[in-house]
Design a protein around this ligand. Structure first.
Ligand code: BES
Ligand code: ZN
Length: 377
């Protein structure tokens, strides 16, 4: 007869519950009307199976204590967005200065961290590195024009970074440009490398370059734009949009008025150079804002767009929508042609097209300069 060892008992328990019984429970929202309560290891199994969700553990705990158990999200107001562009010369002169050498070097540095997993020490170091790059860019500007904040998440170490260019005439109107800074190796997140070149080193550096050029623009003109522009670099997207949920639920609690959230996640992979295009996400996004983004693409990019879908809780724009803010998302291509190496050791820089990332930077700069000076919100 086999004598049960502690190890075999643990393995047995693990196989029964797909998680250790003493593990902390997580609450996941997998659709507009469905919550699941799972252990950490069950949560990882769901991620591996491609199930998408918001990890609303913190938000549910808050609402259980203070309000009631609720699933209904606030309605997103229908803001008026410009139907045409008005700052063509300004945008084109700025996009002509996109520096692909800088973008390549920064992506190489950012992907050289062993992983950017939100729970790992390397993940924290990567966030610190990114913050130092942002400081190098903005520290030449007067402190009243721009601030850099580390948004601490309390439950894990890797912080999100919020860079804020305060609007001159209507600072209450906030335009957010988002990207997630973390990466994940879905096989063994705690052990295996996760270079995350496309997911989402590409979106991070796309936005870093836009931030660099906006800073140069402001330094030349001596003025910020009319509306507030914020660049957000989120922690822990890969764990169920945890970082961006934390940020946007705190914004909603403070009654902040976010009029636009544009997400950049996976901007560097081109499957067929002869049919290069970007993918405009049309599900779980704001129709008015997305129509405006298409106008930006038509006017400022050298490649067309294709409409495509990404599904529920696909990236951080979902956290904006969930908190009553209009969200949009442009990805490297239509969904079926996106990079298949993500979430593995093979998501590396050699598969990345920097010129494609530069096209995404044009979307960001076009959006920032057009909406930053729009007085219709
Ligand atoms: N960048 C991906 C989203 C994505 C994946 C877009 C494939 C297009 C093609 C993002 O980082 C991600 O991995 N999202 C998760 C969902 C999240 C709630 C954990 C996913 O897709 O599984
Ligand atoms: Zn991912």
């Amino acid at each position: 007869m086999r004598i049960p060892t502690v190890l075999s008992w643990l393995t047995y328990t693990f196989s029964l519950t797909q998680g250790f019984p003493f593990e902390e429970k997580r609450i996941l929202q997998v659709s507009d009307s469905k919550l699941l309560t799972v252990t950490e290891s069950q949560k990882l199994s769901l991620l591996k199976r491609g199930v998408r969700f918001f990890d609303v553990t913190k938000q549910q705990q808050i609402s259980n204590t203070y309000i009631s158990h609720r699933l209904d999200d606030p309605v997103v107001p229908e803001y008026k967005f410009p139907l045409t562009i008005s700052h063509s010369e300004e945008v084109k002169s700025l996009t002509s200065e996109i520096d692909m050498k800088y973008m390549y070097e920064k992506l190489a540095d950012f992907t050289s961290f062993y992983t950017r997993y939100y729970k790992s020490e390397y993940g924290l170091q990567a966030a610190e590195w990114l913050s130092s790059q942002i400081h190098e860019i903005v520290d030449v500007l007067p402190k009243d024009l721009v601030t850099v904040e580390h948004f601490d998440h309390h439950d894990w170490q890797q912080f999100s970074i919020l860079v804020k260019f305060k609007g001159t005439t209507s600072p209450e109107n906030i335009i957010v440009i988002g990207s997630h800074l973390d990466s994940i190796n879905l096989l063994f997140p705690n052990w295996l490398p996760a270079p995350g070149a496309d997911d989402n080193g590409s979106g991070t550096i796309t936005n870093l370059e836009a931030l660099r050029l906006l800073s140069e623009h402001i330094s030349k003109t001596g003025n910020a734009l009319n509306n507030t522009i914020e660049f957000h670099f989120y922690s822990a997207e890969e764990a169920g949009l945890l970082g961006s949920l934390d940020v946007f639920s705190s914004y909603a609690a403070l009654n902040k008025k976010v009029v636009t959230m544009l997400q950049q996640d996976m901007t560097g992979f081109v499957s067929d150079k002869s049919k290069e295009h970007v993918g405009v996400i049309v599900d779980y996004t704001d129709v008015g804002l997305t129509t405006f983004i298409k106008t930006v693409i038509d006017n400022y990019l050298s490649i067309p767009y294709i409409e495509t879908e990404c599904g529920y809780a696909c990236s951080d724009h979902g956290s904006a929508t969930k908190n009553g803010y209009p969200g949009a998302f442009v990805i490297e291509s239509e969904f079926k042609l996106t990079n298949k190496y993500i979430h593995s050791t093979m998501d590396t820089i050699d598969k990345i097209s920097i010129s494609h990332m530069a096209e995404h930077t044009k979307i960001v700069l076009g959006t920032v300069l057009e909406l930053g000076q729009w007085d219709g919100f």
